[in-house]
Ligand binder design. Structure first.
Ligand code: UD1
Length: 422
């Protein structure tokens, strides 16, 4: 199993380009199930999760080719008699929770879907009850049997649906399903993440009639048929934030290019509050070296507030701040698994279930072997390693490969001493 070795103490310098957003690309790949023919996606990151989604699409009868960040999916016309035509198998789905996003498109297009209950990151129980409730509201019959969701409906019917809790995946699944439903669907209390907006833009190119994305109410007028389209995936704001922290924590000067700071306002606000100078242009962010920085509190919440996907990385930065920072995680119930690993590097943190108190101390980190437990936790350990004295070995970095394209190459180009070993 690959590990990453980071030799700390190098101030990073230079410019780095952000890749396309994993969380946007994956959903669009599943949206391709809604229309037969060739879909073309540009700026798709080359990641293990994209490979998993591609394999799932292939198992569902699509042809997929990927070259230089352009991914082409040809969705086949399916005969009603084909066995397993609409089945998301356990072996393919368990690797990635986002696979549940094939449920809505399959159901809407094929009238039936059999999708394994998902796996993915071990951050809390992460139920899919709201996805299922949403499909039922659209008129589908849904059953759970032997680890699979079985859903069918001759044709989905438009409906009004209020999400009990803000859910990114739930919003996306229902939005995709409703594009082919009969009549109007109104979704309330939806998530406003930019990746949902990007997915909506793709669906609109396919002929869907959607409005209100980016606000808390989305309206969808169902259509009879959609067509394939071509789209460029938006930048990965989480990668952008991670790279900005890499600059900050290493006391370097790093320009992160290709991502609108507008997607990261709450995050940039907190980095500035900690005392860093961050200069912004329409499409870039530059962080400047700071000898020491202040502890600040953060509370994660759905967009546009502080993203849960940057909580672990921000915590790494706070371990070296002057003062005490309170980090509150409200989106997931078990997202402090990086804490014990950061403590192995010398951080002083007390975690409770959803709150962690970080007693920052400049220079407190020293290299040690650590274990990555989920995608963003892995990133936080690499960041801590950049600032620690000596070598940090991050084990189990396959998590990192699920969500960061060429991270070690990008950090190396900025001057980090980082390498991968088998
Ligand atoms: C997506 C992102 C993930 C990010 C998260 C929150 C992808 C592939 N992943 O995950 O990186 O951390 O949004 O920004 O885009 N919930 C339920 N029932 C449901 C669905 C969700 O209770 O049916 C709960 C979850 O357990 C969690 C909260 O709602 O506590 C938010 O989850 P959700 O927004 O759905 O996250 P994902 O779409 O899985």
């Amino acid at each position: 199993m690959d590990k990453m070795i980071v030799s700390g103490g190098q101030a990073l310098r230079g410019e780095v380009q952000v890749s396309g957003a994993k969380n946007s690309a994956l959903k669009m790949l599943f949206a391709s199930l809604l229309a037969e023919g060739e879909h073309v996606f540009h700026n798709v990151p080359n990641l293990a999760d994209v490979e998993s989604a591609s394999k799932l699409l292939e198992a569902l009868g699509s042809k997929v080719s990927f070259s230089k960040n352009t991914l082409r999916v040809t969705t086949a016309q399916r005969k009603a008699t084909e066995k397993n035509a609409a089945k998301g198998d356990y072996e393919l789905v368990r690797k990635m929770r986002a696979s549940i996003l094939c449920l809505g498109p399959l159901l809407a297009k094929q009238g039936e879907a059999i999708v394994s209950l998902p796996g993915g990151c071990a951050i809390g129980s992460r139920p899919i009850d709201l996805h299922l409730e949403a499909m039922k509201a659209l008129g589908a019959e849904v059953e759970l049997r032997e680890g699979y969701v079985h859903a069918h409906a001759k044709r989905l019917r438009g409906t009004s649906f209020l999400f009990e809790k803000v859910t990114v995946g739930g919003t996306e699944n229902m939005m995709m399903a409703a594009t082919l439903a009969e009549g109007e669907t109104v979704l309330e209390n939806v998530a406003k993440e930019p990746e949902i907006g990007d997915l909506a833009e793709y669906l609109i190119k396919m002929g869907a009639r959607i409005s209100g994305h980016g606000t808390s109410v989305i309206r969808i007028q169902g259509v009879e048929k959609l067509r394939p389209a071509e789209h460029t995936v938006i930048a990965d704001r989480i990668e952008a934030g991670t790279l900005l922290i890499a600059g900050a924590i290493s006391k370097g000067e790093v320009t992160v290019k290709g991502c609108s700071p507008h997607l990261l306002e709450a995050f940039v606000g907190k980095i500035r509050e900690a005392g860093f100078r961050v200069d912004l242009t329409e499409n870039s962010m530059t962080v400047f070296p700071q000898k020491s920085w202040k502890a600040v509190d953060i509370t994660t919440a759905p967009h546009p507030l502080f993203p849960t996907d940057l909580q672990a990385q921000f915590m790494a930065l706070m371990t070296l701040a002057e003062g005490t920072s309170v980090i509150t995680e409200t989106v997931f119930e078990n997202r402090f698994m990086h804490v014990t690993e950061l403590m192995r590097l010398g951080a002083d943190i007390t975690p409770k279930t959803q709150v962690a108190v970080v007693r920052g101390k400049p220079g407190c980190l020293t290299g040690a072997p650590v274990m990555a437990t989920d995608l963003r936790a892995s990133a936080s350990l690499v960041l801590a390693g950049l600032a620690a004295q000596g070598d940090t070995t991050v084990n189990r970095i396959y998590h990192l490969d699920r969500g960061y394209e060429k991270l070690e190459e990008k950090l190396s180009l900025l001057g980090a001493k980082i390498c991968r070993r088998a």
